[in-house]
Design a protein. Structure first.
Length: 224
């Protein structure tokens, strides 16, 4: 494997970061993350060599436990930034664009076809950054078809610069939607993906990422 931060490989770490001190073996990821046993074993081996895992190395009771969450996140953030995604900017003339977006996916029976991220998603948890810009992932496999229908339904106008509505084709085709959640009726990426997207984002991203982590820790839901 070229990197443990490739799309499929990150599913192993996403699962581990979401489950506290759980003991893991490679076959666990087949059912929980749809990752093949060989790939999962390779990722676990690299993570162990890098010092991110503890547990028993071999034998009948062999298992892995994530033991250096902060170190793993720090290395991940060196390899990923939101700019790796393919983004398309538009202007949305209506102020009620978010409720209309939700209604579009519900009426087309595609409730899980999108996920909000960056300040749009995080504000549903923190209400921290005042912005009118919407950041929305669409699933890669139907991106062109769904984005065209959505643009027509919302009256979005394509722009080269600026705009207040961003449709995103995810760099992490599988990972971006892993553990997505429903908050106040909207689909939002996982807390981990929110943090990853925000951290290196230039417009108050790191500030919001750190505040999000603080709120999650206070609520006992932190992944770090």
């Amino acid at each position: 494997m070229k990197t443990i931060f490739s799309d499929k490989a990150t599913l192993v770490m996403r699962a581990m970061l979401s489950k506290g001190d759980q003991k893991w073996v490679a076959r666990d990821f087949e059912s929980q993350s749809d990752v093949g046993r060989a790939r999962a074993a390779a990722v676990l081996s690299i993570l162990r060599k890098k010092g991110f895992l503890g547990g028993i190395r071999s034998g009948r009771l062999a298992h892995s436990v994530l033991q250096n969450r902060e170190g793993l996140l720090e290395e991940w953030l060196k390899s990923y930034s939101f700019e790796l995604n393919k983004t398309h900017l538009y202007y949305a003339p209506q102020e009620d664009v978010l409720p209309r977006l939700k209604d579009f996916f519900k009426s087309n029976k595609l409730e899980k076809g999108y996920a909000l991220t960056l300040h749009t998603g995080a504000n549903l948890i923190t209400n921290y950054v005042n912005t009118s810009t919407v950041y929305c992932y669409l699933r890669s496999e139907k991106f062109n078809e769904v984005s065209l229908d959505l643009r027509q339904a919302l009256g979005l106008k394509e722009l080269k610069n600026g705009g207040n509505f961003c449709l995103i084709k995810p760099y992490y085709k599988h990972g971006a939607f892993f553990n997505d959640q429903t908050i106040k009726g909207y689909q939002v990426v996982s807390d981990l993906q929110l943090y990853l997207d925000l951290y290196n984002f230039p417009q108050r991203g790191r500030e919001h990422a750190q505040y999000l982590l603080k709120v999650l820790k206070e609520e006992g839901k932190s992944f770090a």
